[in-house]
Design a protein around this ligand. Structure first.
Ligand code: FES
Length: 99
């Protein structure tokens, strides 16, 4: 998985976007909360991803909105790296407020 890119995972109840940020992996809900658009196709810079439809930005570590027009966060998911394997816990997604 190339650095600076994301991929869409569809093994869980909802699609998840997995990002490689300089060798650190983060997973957040893939569906932008402003519209039905895939964040894994967005532009990633530092620890933010920009939705390609209307340019809302989300923190890939927490799922928080960092730029409008989106106002609601997406969930973040625990990620564990073991050797060449990357594990995402699809059942443990949480919103930034812990819900
Ligand atoms: S659908 Fe993502 S910003 Fe509008």
């Amino acid at each position: 998985m190339p650095e600076g890119e994301g991929i869409k995972l569809e093994q869980g109840a909802e699609p998840v976007a997995l990002f490689n940020a300089d060798g650190e992996f983060y997973a957040i809900g893939d569906t932008c909360t402003h519209g039905d658009w895939s964040l894994s196709e967005g532009y990633m810079e530092d620890c933010e991803v920009e939705c390609t439809l209307h340019m809302a930005k989300f923190c890939i570590k927490t799922g928080r909105v960092t730029a409008p027009p989106a106002t609601a966060p997406v969930k973040s998911y625990p990620v564990k790296v073991e050797g060449d394997d990357i594990w995402v816990d699809f059942d443990a997604g949480t919103l930034p407020d812990g819900r």
